[in-house]
Design a protein around this ligand. Sequence first.
Ligand SMILES: [Zn+2]
Length: 160
Amino acid sequence: MMMAAPLTWPADRPDTGRRRFRHPANRYRHDHRTPGQRLADSVTGVFGSWRYIVIQTVVVLLWIAANILAVALRWDPYPFILLNLLFSTQAAYAAPLILLSQNRQADTDRVKAEHDYQVNQLALQYLIAWHRSTHGDDCHCVQDTEPIVEGMLITLARKL
Ligand SMILES: [Zn+2]
């Protein structure tokens, strides 16, 4: 009898100092990024953090306070038109960057779903092969013992 090779997790690639991912979706998202994607990831990472919100709030408060209280400085007197312009410019760049990030997330989710589907198919094929080899071709033990499972399989087959 031939012994099957033991099932092992794929070996890690050589450590080149960079962080490496094993899941294909993470590899797709992180290991093969263009400079533009790298920049978009880091910018949206900063935008979506409490640190950014706190720092921005402090900067805005200082800006307003300096323009109200420090009469000699007043580079943007009330109603703070320069501050508004800066916010508009920031929003004009933030929106497309966030869309870019969302598109990348959707791509990652698609790769993840495809990978999960392939793993599930592999597990199902393995289970069917194992059942055939142990119980024979015309065994109905799954259908007989678990009518709910049978129903679920039929529903699933209809959806695919
Ligand atoms: Zn059986």
